[in-house]
Each structure stands twice: as C-alpha cells, then as structure tokens.
Design a protein around this ligand. Structure first.
Ligand SMILES: NC(=O)c1ccc[n+]([C@@H]2O[C@H](COP(=O)([O-])OP(=O)(O)OC[C@H]3O[C@@H](n4cnc5c(N)ncnc54)[C@H](OP(=O)(O)O)[C@@H]3O)[C@@H](O)[C@H]2O)c1
Length: 455
C-alpha cells in the first residue's frame, strides 16, 4: 500500500521534481511583468547570475519575460526574451519557476494557476491576489507539490512572511501590528512634522512618486487591508480574506487631529492589527494614536514596520523599505533563490500551515481604547451629564481635558472642547455611547474619535 501525504504531488510534478534533482543544467525562470518590480528582478537575475548559481548549486536562467507592450524599449534587457503571451510562458513545460509581478487579480490568478498546473513553482509579490484567492492558490500548489513564495507581497523588502511561516511557527503569535503602507505613513509623517493638510501632503507624495495618481488603494486602506489578511492568515494559521478586514483610511485626518495627538504625547499612524479575540480573529486597518515612545511611532517617511507579539519570543520588530523597485526585487530574489534551491534538491518547501477556519470577529466585539472629542457649552454640570452617558454604556473614562473652543461653533454658544481618553472597552459599547452623545442636546455636532493603540 502507498501512503500519500497531503504534500504528495497529484500530477506529474513529482516526476519533474525528482528529475530536476538529477540534473545539473540551468533552472529556468519565466518572468510575468517587467514594470517597477519586474525590471529590477530581471536585472538582478542577469547581473547576479554567478552568486545565484553558487547559492543554488545550479545556474538560474531567465527564459522569457511577458509584458503588455513587448515592443516598448527596455534598457539593458535582451529584446528576444520578451513576449506578449503571458499564458504561453506560464504554461511552458521547460520552465521551473514562474515569477508573477504583473499585479491585480486578472490575469494574474489564471496565470499562476496555469504555472502550478504545469509543475512550476511560483514566486509572487501580489498582495491583492493572495488576499482574495491565496487559499485556492496554496491548495493547488500543495496538490501539485510545488512552492508558492510571496515575501514581497506584505512589506516589500522587510522579511516578515518567512519569520511568521518558518522562524516563529513553533511559537504562539498573540498580535501582529504594523505600518504596512508607505504612502500613508509618508502623508501622516509629513502632516505631523510640517503641520500641512492631508491634501498638501498627498500632492507631495504624488510628486515624489510615493503615491499613485489615483491614491484610493493606499489612502482608503485597501492595500493595507490586503496585507493584513495575509498576515492574519500566517500568524493564526487560518483563512482570512481581504474583504473580511475592517478598513478605515486616513482621508478624514485633519491637522487639528495631529495637533491633538501631539498634545497627548502621541502620533497618528495607519495601523494593520491582527489579534486573536475570544470571538475569533480580529483583523482591522484604521488610523490610531500611538504613544511617541512606542517603536512604531518612530517609523518615518515611506518606511514600513511590523511589531509581532509572540508568547515565547516576546516582542519583535521588523522595519525597512516597504516598497520600491529594488527593495521589493530583493525580497522576490530571496524567494527565487529559496525556491530554486528546493527545485535543485527535488523537494518543496514547508507547507503554508494555513489550515484553520477560525471565524473573523466582527468589529463590534473588538476591545480597544479610544480618544474622543466633543463640543459642549461651558456650563456647570455638563461634565457630569457627559460622564453619566459614558457610565450608562459601561465605558470608563481615563482622562478628560477641557479647552476653550476655537473657530466654528463658538458664536452659537458652544464654548468648550472636551477631549477624553477611555479605558479599553468593547467597540459596540463605545458605539452606543457615541450614538447617544451625538443625539444629545448638550453636544454640538458629531463627536470625533480615534482609536488608541500601544498604550
Ligand atoms: N511597486 C512596488 O513598490 C511594489 C511593492 C511591493 C509589491 N508590489 C507588487 O508587485 C506587483 C507588480 O507591481 P509593479 O509596481 O512592478 O507594477 P507595474 O510597474 O505596473 O508593472 C506591471 C507589469 O506587468 C505587465 N503587464 C500588465 N498586464 C499584463 C498582461 N496582461 N500580460 C503580461 N504582462 C502584463 C506590464 O507590462 P508593460 O511594461 O508592457 O506595461 C508591466 O511590465 C504588484 O502585485 C504589486 O502589488 C509592488
């Protein structure tokens, strides 16, 4: 009787892998995409071929490059490698490893599945695709006994996928909290250090190439949500999709919010937070106040950083460039060398270990702290009326600061701003408290709030 493990290839790839082990000839790479990242990957494969050969034990050869516009001139890359037919390149039986750096879902999903079905291992930097279809891709790779590596998909050059997938796999991860979008970190940092508006900081980010002409994916938190889904899946060994992540962007952050944060000894960061709650995995992306002494508060410009809390290892911090052609290509090359080594030895790397189906906790069940500001009139008894609304919803006040109101609202008799920090509370209780404050005649307009993390 033959006992098959879940990693036993279902089709021809077992033969291909064992045959590969006997060979000493080159391992052949099909590169899908040759833009910001792909052009740097191509450059590194060609210019670092001796080092790569020494590290892998066999030459690694660039066999073809698929792009949308094959006739566009590409500096220092052999024109005869280019093709417009990505599907044919992904399906070539003489290709060992397909590197996908096209981005998006369509046609990347189809191309990666085709490559896997033809026995190729895959390296990708595509967070949007993995957050939407990662689990189908990992299952197909397992079934065909090939590798799927994606270090560059979460935080560019920063090694975080491999540490979660391999180094920390024997520990218990309690929380992963990170700055995983460089564009929004650049904007918030600029607003903090120069006091400029969101719009001004965004224009500067666009001028410097940190933000796209359509910045929605970054500033509305979609990019960070896709990365959070990948991080949560890895940290908690369960399936989380990008659409299950609670997401808020930074477009509503004002210079006044930044100033108020500084007054509290904090900075505002867009955070991706993954943690295990009693109700399931909580995965969220939103702006938050972070105390200035927290390691994430010091992350400047377009850098990324990820703070991991593990039961045995304690607190670990990973930081560096989260994007850019060369830094991202470095992570892709790390995966390429690893996958090539596996192919050269006729093995596949460790399985994904994403096996669970833990529910994703709704935002209402999350426990966190908040900072809240409301406009009130400076009359005796107002503070106790506000406090009684908090008490009714079981929300406990940690600090209250009153300041004279400036600007809009003053002429109508609203004379004070109350800025309060509440102790850790269940989000649904805080929301109920917020709704009652918003409807109360003692409060002018909508209360403003922001979550507080890392205190
Ligand atoms: N840029 C970064 O800093 C960064 C950081 C981390 C991760 N990533 C990820 O890396 C991936 C690539 O990003 P990028 O910035 O390098 O993108 P990009 O500059 O827009 O490059 C995309 C490439 O894909 C090619 N392409 C588009 N549609 C195609 C099709 N149907 N068939 C074949 N080729 C096609 C384009 O061809 P043409 O050249 O002919 O137009 C181009 O070479 C994305 O998943 C992204 O999320 C990027």
């Amino acid at each position: 009787m033959t006992v098959t493990s879940p990693r036993t290839p279902a089709v021809a790839s077992a033969d291909q892998l064992s045959t590969a082990a006997e060979h000493t000839g080159p391992l052949r790479v099909g590169l899908l995409g040759c833009g910001v990242v792909g052009s740097q990957v191509a450059r590194m494969i060609l210019s670092r071929s001796d080092d790569v050969r020494a590290r892998v034990g066999r030459p690694v050869e660039l066999a073809g490059i698929a792009v949308a516009h094959p006739d566009r001139p590409r500096a220092r890359l052999p024109q005869d490698l280019f093709t417009a037919d990505a599907h044919a390149l992904a399906a070539r039986d003489d290709i060992d490893i397909v590197v996908e750096v096209i981005g998006g879902i369509d046609p990347a999903y189809e191309l990666i599945m085709t490559a896997i079905e033809h026995g190729s291992s895959v390296v990708t930097a595509n967070k949007a695709l993995l957050a939407a279809h990662g689990h189908e891709i990992y299952a197909a790779a397992d079934a065909h006994g090939v590798d799927v590596y994606y270090e560059a998909a979460v935080a560019g050059a920063i090694p975080i996928v491999r540490p979660l997938r391999e180094s920390l796999v024997g520990d218990e991860i309690r929380r992963v909290m990170g700055i995983v979008n460089g564009t929004t970190n650049y904007i918030l940092d600029k607003m903090t250090t120069e006091g400029v508006s969101f719009d001004r900081a965004l224009s500067e980010a666009q001028r410097l190439g940190y933000a796209e002409s359509d910045p929605t994916a970054d500033v509305e938190g979609y990019d960070a949500a896709a990365k959070a889904a990948i991080l949560a899946s890895l940290a908690f060994h369960t399936r989380v999709r990008g659409t299950q992540v609670h997401r808020e962007g930074i477009t509503g952050i004002t210079p006044e919010d930044i100033q108020a944060a500084q007054g509290m000894g904090c900075v505002i960061k867009l955070l991706a937070i993954c943690e295990m709650e009693p109700e399931g995995v909580s995965v969220r992306v939103h702006p938050a106040l972070v105390p200035q002494e927290h390691p994430l508060a010091g992350i400047r410009g377009a850098n990324n950083a990820i703070f991991v809390e593990a039961r045995e290892a304690g607190h670990l911090m990973f930081m560096g460039p989260g994007a850019g052609g060369s830094p991202t290509a470095s992570a892709v090359m790390g995966d390429l060398v690893t996958v090539a080594r596996n192919r050269a030895r006729g093995v596949a790397g460790p399985p994904q270990a994403i096996f669970g189906d833990v529910p994703v906790a709704s935002m209402g069940t999350v426990h966190t702290r908040f900072q809240l500001s409301i406009q009130v009139s400076d009359r005796p008894g107002i503070l106790s009326q506000v406090a009684s609304i908090f008490a009714k919803h079981g929300v406990s006040l940690q600090t209250v600061q009153q300041s004279a109101l400036e600007g809009a609202g003053k002429e109508d008799g609203w004379s004070a701003t109350l800025r309060m920090v509440v102790h850790e509370t269940r989000e649904s209780d805080f929301e109920a408290c917020l709704a009652e404050l918003a409807g109360s005649p003692i409060v002018n307009g909508e209360p403003r709030f922001i979550r507080v993390e890392g205190m």
